[in-house]
Design a protein around this ligand. Structure first.
Ligand code: MLT
Length: 250
């Protein structure tokens, strides 16, 4: 079962979380008005049950599209942070007619280099044997800047700790085998906003600059004093950027 928050009225936005996180990373975005917020926990994350099949970025995109189908929503803005961004590219690949806009947050379009791919597979083996602790501990310091308040760090740890072992293993394999989305970008005719934290070390500003340059008409917003989870660390500036983007769509 996919856990979904469905709240608000207006332009539908599907908010797709990153790894190893859950839909609650977008809890500060639910105040954006004029939006129907659809926020799933991907299979095996947050309160969703672990996947019963092998996952890929396309499978995660299908989960999001099925949620739209069930609610008879024809088109939505797809917003994804990091792994969620990889899922957004897959949604464009498999069902471009459902994507009314893209918000690409602290993400990148490229596939993993062979070494990173091997790292993911090794990490999946560790998670299978020992649980998700090593992934949480290695990723937590990169999610926020060192200046972030302790309560926020505690909250991020709590969200990460809700990831199941099976969900984490599947997502690691899915990220390792994801395809390169670079060839998609110059042909995109979808309004796009790219947002990145100035101190993101997982998907640095240069990745976002490259994506924004490659996507016709894309707008880039760099948020100061934010790392990988820019929507949690600088929610006001983040929401203002999204509100400006939504206005340009209407
Ligand atoms: C994420 O935040 O989703 C991950 O850092 C993505 C990745 O490891 O490539």
């Amino acid at each position: 079962m996919t856990n979904l928050t469905d709240t608000g009225a207006g332009t539908p936005i599907v908010w797709i979380h990153g790894f190893p996180l859950a839909g609650s990373v977008f809890e500060n975005q639910l105040t954006i008005r004029g939006v129907r917020h659809l926020v799933p926990d991907l299979p095996g994350f947050g309160s969703s049950t672990p996947p019963s099949r092998s996952m890929s970025m396309e499978e995660y995109a299908r989960v999001a599209i099925e949620l739209l189908d069930e609610r008879r929503i024809e088109r939505a803005v797809f917003a994804g942070v990091s792994m969620g961004g990889y899922v957004c590219f897959s949604a464009v690949r498999i069902a471009p007619e459902r994507v009314a806009g893209l918000i690409l947050i602290d993400t990148r379009e490229t596939a993993d280099a062979p070494e990173a791919r091997k790292g993911r597979i090794d990490s999946a083996e560790v998670v299978k044997r020992e649980g998700t602790g090593s992934v949480v501990e290695s990723m937590l310091p990169k999610m926020l800047t060192p200046k972030a308040p302790d309560e926020l760090r505690v909250r991020v740890r709590e969200i990460m700790s809700s990831a199941s072992r099976a969900g984490t293993v599947e997502a690691l394999h899915a990220m390792a085998k994801r395809s390169d989305s670079s060839p998609l970008l110059p042909a995109l005719r979808i309004p796009t906003l790219v947002i990145v934290g100035s101190e993101d070390t997982i998907t640095p500003v240069a990745d976002s600059q490259r994506m924004a340059q490659a996507i016709p008409g894309a707008k880039l917003v760099v948020l100061e004093n934010a790392a990988h989870l820019s929507m949690m660390e600088q929610p006001e500036a983040f929401n203002a950027a999204v509100e400006g983007f939504l206005k340009s769509l209407r």
